[in-house]
Ligand binder design. Sequence first.
Ligand code: 1PR
Length: 554
Amino acid sequence: APGGRTVHLLDYAAGNVRSLVNAIEKLGWEVEWVKSPEDVQKAEKLILPGVGHFGHCLTQFANAGYAEPVRQHINSGKPFMGICVGIQALFAGSDESPSVPGLGVVNDRLRRFRNDEKSVPHIGWNSANTSHITSSGDAAEGQSIYGLRPDSKYYYVHSYAAPYTPGKLEADGWRVATAQYGSEEFVGAIARDNVLATQFHPEKSGAAGLRVLKAFLDGNRSEILPQTINPSASKEGLTRRIIACLDVRANDQGDLVVTKGDQYDVREKEGNAVRNLGKPVSKAQEYYEQGADEVTFLNITSFRDTPLKDMPMLEVLRQTAATTFVPLTIGGGIRDTVDPQTGRTAPALEVATLYFKSGADKVSIGSDAVTAAEQYYADGRKLSGRTAIETISEAYGAQAVVVSVDPKRVYVSGPNATSHHTVQTSYTGPQGENHCWYACTIKGGRETRDLDVVQLVQAVEAMGAGEILLNCIDKDGTNSGFDLELIRSVKAAVKIPVIASSGAGNADHFAEVFEQTNVDAALGAGMFHRGEWTVKQVKEELQKKGLSVRRFED
Ligand code: 1PR
C-alpha cells in the first residue's frame, strides 16, 4: 500500500547506497527509488543520501531538477531525512564548492576542518551529543531525538562540517546534536518538525545507527531514554578505531578462505597448503559482533585473477553488507583491467563501481598506487587525472579511496647513503646499521621498487586518496607490535588519516601504537583469526588505559 512500509530514496548521484538499502530492509521497510522529479510527489517518507563531493552532488541534484520538488516535500510537512551530503544539501552552501548553492533550508554554511592539529577527513566513530537540547529546555530531560543516545557512537566520514555556534540554529527552531573533533565542535545531526538530517551514516553505525533510522521510519521524533543511560558520555569525541582485516584468496581446492601470512608468506611450512583460517563472510560477521569498527577484505592474489570475473569477492561483499552495519573496505585488483571474456579494458573506476554496488564503502589500492606515484614523480609532480586514485576519488569522494602500502625495510649506514627518506632505528640491521628507509613493493611484496614510503604517501595524498593503510612486511605476522618508527614517519608526511597495520599480537600493542604515535586507527589480523584475542577484549583493555573506544551495541 502506498505510504505503508515504503520509503523513497532519491538516486541522483553516484555513491554507495547499497548499505542504506540493506539497513532499511533489515528494519522491515521497502525501498522505492525516486528516479525523476515527478516521483518526489509519490513519496510519503523521503530520504536524501549522498557521499563525496558537495559540488558534484548538488550540481547533479539541481541539474536533474530535484531542488524544487524536494523543497516542496519538506515544506509539505512530510517526513524527510538527509544523510551525509544529504544534510549538507540543506545548508546554504559549502566552502567545498563556494559557487554551488545548497537548498538553504538551514541558514548556515559548511567549512573544511582545520588540519593543523588533526587528520582530515574526519573518519570514525564519534558522538551526536544532545546535551545542548536538554539544557536549552527544548526537550525534557531524558528525552532522545529520533533515538539518538548520548552514550552511543556513530560513524562519520567527511572533510566539511557546519561549525557549531550555540543558539544559532536553535533560534530557527532546530534541535542540534553535536560532535567534537579536536578543538572543533560541529553539527552531527539536526531535527525540526518533519526534518531529520545526520552528518554521520546511520546505515554504517551498527545498532545505534539502525535505531535512528528506525525512529525516522516509525515517526518517533522523540523518545524517553532508558534510565540506565549516562547523559554525559557524549562529551568525548572520536573513539580509537579498531579494524579487523581479512586477507582472502582461493586455496588449492578453489575455495575462498581467510588466510594470513608470516611476512606475506601464506603457505604452511608443512605440506605447503594455503593457511586456512575460516570463511570470509562468517569471519566478518563474527568481528562485527565483537565490536570491530570496520572490516577490511584484501583479495591478496588479485594480480593473478581479474576482478571482473572474480565474482566470488563481490558475493562475499554482498552477503557481508546485508548483515554487517559497519564500513567495509575491499582491496586487491583495483586498477585498469583487461576482461578476459571480451578483451576490453575496464577502467579502474568501473572495477571499483562493481565493488561499491556490492556494498563496499571504500576501495583500497595497492600496486597501482605505486606505479601511479612513480609516474607522478617522473612527470615532475604533475597529476594526469587518469589514475585509479584520481578517477575514483573524483567520482566517489576521497573518503572512498584507501591506499594500501606494503613497505619493506632497507638498511643503510646513514641518511647520506641514499636519496630516500630515512629513519633512525633502534632495531639495527644485519651489519649493525642504525638507519633504514622503507621501500614500496607491489604484487603482495613480490617486487620491490625504488620508491620510498614517504614519497608514495605524499604522491597519493596529492592525487586525492583519503586514507593510508600502512602495512609493514618486516612486521606482518610477527606478533611483535606495530612498527612505530614507520608509523611516525608516515604520520609526519601526510594530513590524511593513517591506519597502522602489521605486527599486532595483543591488546598492549594497540595501546602502544595509540599512546606513542598519533595514528588514526589500528588494524589486526592474525591474533583475531587464531582466536587469541577478540576485538571486544582489545577494546576493554584500551578502555582501562583511558583510551576511549566504541562499545558494541546489540
Ligand atoms: O596490489 O591493489 O592488487 O592489492 C593487493 C592487496 O593485498 C594489498 O593491499 C596488499 O597489502 C595485500 N596483500 C598482497 N599479498 C599479501 C600477502 O600477505 N601475501 N596481504 C597481502 C597484506 C597485510 C595486512 C595484514 C596485516 C596485519 N596483508 O592486510 O592483515 O599485516 O597482519 P597481522 O596483524 O597478523 O600482523 P593490489
